[in-house]
Design a protein around this ligand. Structure first.
Ligand SMILES: [Mn+2]
Length: 212
C-alpha cells in the first residue's frame, strides 16, 4: 500500500484538473485505489478513467448531485452523479442516503430511471445498504451521507442523515476495487469529521487489503 500524495487542483479549470487526475491515476496504475477529497467532482474523473472496470457504481450522498450544470459548469460537485450516469449508463448507478433535492432534479432522476433510496428508506431497512454495496466496483462516500451530528464539517451539511454505524455494519460485505471519500472539510485533524473520515478509511483499507 502506498500514499501518492495530493493531486494538484486548478481552481476554476476542470479540464486542467482532470488532466492532473488522469496523469496521476495513469502513473499509479493500481489494481485497487482509494481517493480522498475534496470536491465530489473528483469522482467524475476517476470513474471516467476506470470506466471499463466498473459495472456498478454506488454513491452514498445526502444530495442528488444530479444537476445538468451548476454555476455554468458541467463538472462540479452538483453534477457528479449525472456525469457518472452518462459515462456508465443510468442502470449501473445507485444513489443511497438522499434527503435534499429539488423537484426538477428528482424528476430527472426518475425520468432517467436511476435507482435511489432516501436516508429514511435506509433507516427503515438497513439491508438496502448491504444489498446495494456488496457488488459495487466503485463506492463513493460523500461525508454528508452521515448526519451533521457525526460529520458537521462538510461542503453542504444536511441534518436527518444516517449514523456511521450503519455504514460500518456493512464493512464485511463490501469489496470495491475503487473507493473514494469526499466533501470532508475539517478545520483541524482533531475535528469529529476528520476523525470519523479517518476511521472509516482505516476500516475500508483493511477490508480492501484482505481481499487482495
Ligand atoms: Mn456529493
Amino acid at each position: 500500500m502506498s500514499d501518492w500524495g495530493d493531486i494538484e487542483v486548478s481552481y476554476g479549470n476542470y479540464r486542467e484538473t482532470e488532466r492532473h487526475v488522469i496523469d496521476t491515476l495513469r502513473e499509479i496504475n493500481a489494481e485497487k485505489l482509494i481517493l480522498i477529497g475534496g470536491d465530489h467532482s473528483i469522482s467524475i474523473f476517476s470513474v471516467n478513467f476506470f470506466s471499463k472496470k466498473i459495472r456498478k457504481y454506488v454513491q452514498l450522498d445526502a444530495h442528488g448531485d444530479f444537476d445538468d450544470s451548476y454555476l455554468n459548469s458541467k463538472y462540479t460537485h452538483s453534477s457528479t452523479l449525472r456525469r457518472i450516469g452518462e459515462i456508465l449508463g443510468w442502470e449501473n448507478i445507485v444513489l443511497l442516503g438522499l434527503r435534499s433535492i429539488s423537484r426538477k432534479t428528482l424528476e430527472d432522476l426518475e425520468k432517467l430511471g436511476v435507482k435511489y433510496y432516501t436516508s429514511a428508506d435506509i433507516e427503515r431497512d438497513p439491508s438496502i445498504l448491504t444489498k446495494e454495496m456488496k457488488d459495487a466496483d466503485y463506492i463513493s462516500l460523500d461525508m454528508d451521507f452521515f448526519d451533521i451530528a457525526y460529520a458537521p464539517e462538510v461542503g453542504n451539511p444536511e441534518p436527518l442523515g444516517l449514523s456511521p454505524q450503519i455504514f460500518i455494519n456493512n464493512i464485511r460485505e463490501i469489496n470495491p476495487r475503487y473507493f473514494d471519500i469526499v466533501e470532508a472539510r475539517p478545520k483541524s485533524a482533531e475535528s469529529t469529521t476528520a476523525i470519523l473520515a479517518a476511521t472509516i478509511l482505516r476500516e475500508v483499507i483493511i477490508k480492501m487489503d484482505e481481499e487482495f
